[in-house]
Every structure is written in structure tokens, then in C-alpha cells.
Design a protein around this ligand. Structure first.
Ligand SMILES: Cc1ncc(COP(=O)(O)O)c(C=O)c1O
Length: 398
């Protein structure tokens, strides 16, 4: 019998991927499941990006590249940040990884370890806390409720800072809440970061998915000197419907990029060469496809929120970004459905899946009990039918 390491035993499987697997299991038994658990655009990758990948394959770009990404892709990323945010970064300040998740992990491995603390506003994206724990550092969670639009204030962060604090991990637009920090809110956090002399990992992967008046901010641009303290994370997964291509990146001071690149060169070598070529086409090519997807997401969001707000017992605010609704289901705690009692967000979501065949993710997976997350990255027809089922099922509560 092989013994499993302490590290492996301490890691939980990703809750969102686990929820998707559960739905697949039911589907295999012939059940029609309304799956609102997954965090990926349902659109196909735009054609011109696929064509660029085919061209790359045919022209022989099928070998190892520089471990932290081709110069061509890192140059395209640097051009993109200059154009969109007026952020100056050289290709040496950029590392391309196997998805943004990999960049976050590399950044944490490069910057923190046992004895260090990383501040994470909560609800947080499922992987943050585990990725921090895997380095031996301690996640320090700051709860942020619906009344605060799920956003942390500079004052709350200040209170959580100790001599052990190394990093703040911030995510705007947010998964799971769809919260988007205003420029002014982030400026206050930027001032605190500079004053307290801590680093920031700013996960901006949903930056292009903001609706109405909401605007995404590139945190590193907010103040003079902030670039030296910030690891900016993003990638092509959400913006260009490219989750399976596995291309994400980090922009950081050169010494940090070097440390991350060393780690990456030992653990995975380069991200897929063909995907890197496709990512160049995504960044340099026509951007209309992004606008089309954004418009559709916004219309789905409006539809879903109106519907959720019409269900008795559910509390839900309008999320300005990403493609998630994060709503309060705690009024159903203590209620029974077909003889089974809801005690927390996990049992609520399990019963919703088993009895209504609607797949949501429990708030506790994001560090926030009392809530459920619905991803609206699926067609309006499916959303309408699934939400009708959820509403009918909730009526059966006793
Ligand atoms: C907040 C956040 N950061 C990072 C990622 C990871 O993105 P990637 O697919 O590029 O690894 C996700 C994916 O769900 C996410 O929601």
C-alpha cells in the first residue's frame, strides 16, 4: 500500500469541477440536468483563433518553446496592456503559464511559504485558499457579505495585516460574486498596500466581462510604484472562450518572473506551443467577438437576476461582472424537501441537484456559507427551463 503525502491529503478537489462531475454522473443515467455549475463560456472559440492554431501546427510550431512562453506571445501581451491600460511591461516582466490558475500557483510558490500569511477577501474563488495552503503559508480570510456587495474595504484589510502578511489576493471582477471594485475602492486599497509594504496578486481574468457602467481596473496602474508590488494575473480563458487551450499569464517585476519561470521550467516546461500561437491571434486579432459574447452575457445576466429576484426566499443583487449570480438561500435552511432537510448550502445544492436536477455550487466552497452560485454561461433556453424547475422545487419546501 502506497502512503499518500501529507500535502496531497490536505488538498480538496476543486468544488466546481466536482459539481460538474456529479451532474455528468446523473446525465449518464439518462437524467436531464440543468448544469449551472461550470465557470466557462459556452461559446465556441472564435474561428480566426482556431485558424491561427491550425496554421501554427502546419508550419511546424509543434515543439518545445521557451519554458515561460514565446517572445512573440509575451510581446503581444505587453502590446495589449499598453493599448488597453497604458501599462508599460516588457516581455521579461511576463510569464505565460498553463492557464491563469497555474500562474497564480507559480506566483504563490515564488513568493510565500511556511510562516507567511496571505489575505484573501471572502467569498473567494475556490482554488485560492488551497493554493496558498499548498505553499505552507496561511490563508487569512476576510468575510465580505452581500450588504457590502461582497467587497472588502481598505480598513478591513488594514485590520487583518500582521507582521507575517506577505500578500493580498484580490479578484475583480470576482468569481463567485460578479462584484467589480470601483477605481476609487481600488485606489484606497492601493494606498494601503504601499503604506503597509505588502504585495498583491490581482486576478483580473474576467476583466473584459463587465456590464452597464462597471469598469475593470488594472490594479498595477493605479499608483506610482505599485507595479513593483503587483502580480497581475489574466489569460485568454474567459475573454476568448478558450478555457481548454490553457493559456494564462502573470505580469510581475523581473525577479519574480524569473523565480516563477524557474519553477515552471522544472514542473511543466512550456505551455502548449499551438495554444500560444492561438493566444497571439486572440490578442492581436479582431475584438468584435468579445463584444458579441459580452452582450449576450449581459442579457442573460439581466434575465437570470430578474428571475431569481422573483423567487420567494432568495436574495440576490445585480452582479456587475463575470458570469455568475451569487444568491442568499439561507431562508431555506431548516426546511424539508421530500422528507430531506436542508441544513447548509451544501445540502441545499445537493437536494436541488437530486430532486430538481439543477446543479449549483454551494457557497461554502467559496468560503461563504448561506449562498449558492449559478453560472449563467449557458443558453437562455436552458437558464429559463432550469430556473423554472428550481422555482417549482422550492415551492415544495415544508
Ligand atoms: C477567478 C479565477 N481566476 C482564475 C481562473 C483560472 O483560469 P484558467 O482557466 O486560465 O486557469 C478562474 C477559472 O475559473 C477564475 O474563476
Amino acid at each position: 500500500m502506497l502512503g499518500i503525502s501529507k500535502l496531497a491529503l490536505s488538498v480538496q478537489p476543486s468544488a466546481t469541477l466536482a459539481a460538474g462531475a456529479k451532474a455528468r454522473q446523473l446525465r449518464a443515467q439518462g437524467v436531464k440536468v440543468f448544469d449551472f455549475s461550470l465557470g466557462e463560456p459556452d461559446f465556441p472559440t472564435p474561428e480566426h483563433i482556431c485558424q491561427a492554431a491550425i496554421a501554427a501546427m502546419k508550419s511546424g510550431q509543434t515543439h518545445y518553446t521557451i519554458a515561460h512562453g514565446t517572445v512573440e506571445l509575451r510581446t503581444a501581451i505587453s502590446r495589449w496592456y499598453k493599448k488597453v491600460y497604458n501599462l508599460d511591461c516588457t516581455p521579461d516582466q511576463i510569464i505565460v503559464s498553463n492557464g491563469a490558475k497555474h500562474s497564480i500557483h507559480n506566483a504563490l510558490l515564488a513568493l510565500v511559504g511556511p510562516g507567511d500569511e496571505v489575505i484573501i477577501p471572502t467569498p473567494f474563488w475556490v482554488s485560492y485558499s488551497d493554493l496558498v495552503s499548498m505553499t505552507g503559508a496561511t490563508p487569512v480570510l476576510i468575510p465580505c457579505g452581500m450588504e457590502a456587495d461582497f467587497k472588502v474595504s481598505a480598513a478591513q484589510i488594514k485590520k487583518a495585516i500582521t507582521p507575517k502578511t506577505k500578500l493580498l489576493l484580490i479578484n475583480s471582477p470576482s468569481n463567485p460574486t460578479g462584484a467589480v471594485y470601483t477605481h476609487a475602492e481600488l485606489e484606497a486599497i492601493a494606498d494601503l498596500v504601499l503604506e503597509a509594504n505588502i504585495g498583491v496578486i490581482s486576478d483580473e481574468i474576467y476583466e473584459q466581462l463587465v456590464y452597464g457602467d462597471a469598469k475593470a481596473t488594472c490594479f498595477a496602474t493605479l499608483r506610482e510604484g505599485l507595479k513593483a508590488k503587483t502580480i497581475t494575473i489574466s489569460g485568454v480563458s474567459k475573454t476568448y472562450a478558450m478555457t481548454g487551450w490553457r493559456i494564462g499569464w502573470a505580469i510581475a517585476p523581473e525577479a519574480v518572473v524569473k523565480a516563477m519561470a524557474n519553477i515552471q521550467s522544472q514542473e511543466t516546461s512550456n505551455p502548449c506551443s499551438v495554444s500560444q500561437a492561438a493566444a497571439i491571434a486572440a490578442l492581436d486579432g479582431p475584438q468584435e467577438c468579445v463584444g458579441v459574447m459580452r452582450k449576450e452575457f449581459e442579457s442573460r445576466r439581466d434575465f437570470v437576476i430578474k428571475k431569481l429576484q422573483g423567487i420567494p426566499g432568495i436574495k440576490c443583487k445585480v452582479p456587475p461582472g463575470a458570469f455568475y449570480a451569487f444568491f442568499d438561500v439561507s431562508s431555506y435552511f431548516g426546511k424539508s424537501f421530500a422528507g430531506k432537510t436542508v441544513t447548509d448550502s451544501a445540502s441545499f445544492c445537493l437536494l436541488a441537484l437530486e430532486q430538481a436536477h439543477v446543479n449549483l455550487v454551494q457557497g461554502s466552497a467559496f468560503g461563504a456559507e448561506g449562498y449558492a452560485r449559478l453560472s449563467y454561461a449557458t443558453s437562455k433556453e436552458v437558464l429559463e427551463a432550469g430556473l423554472d424547475k428550481l422555482q417549482d422545487w422550492l415551492k415544495t419546501a415544508v
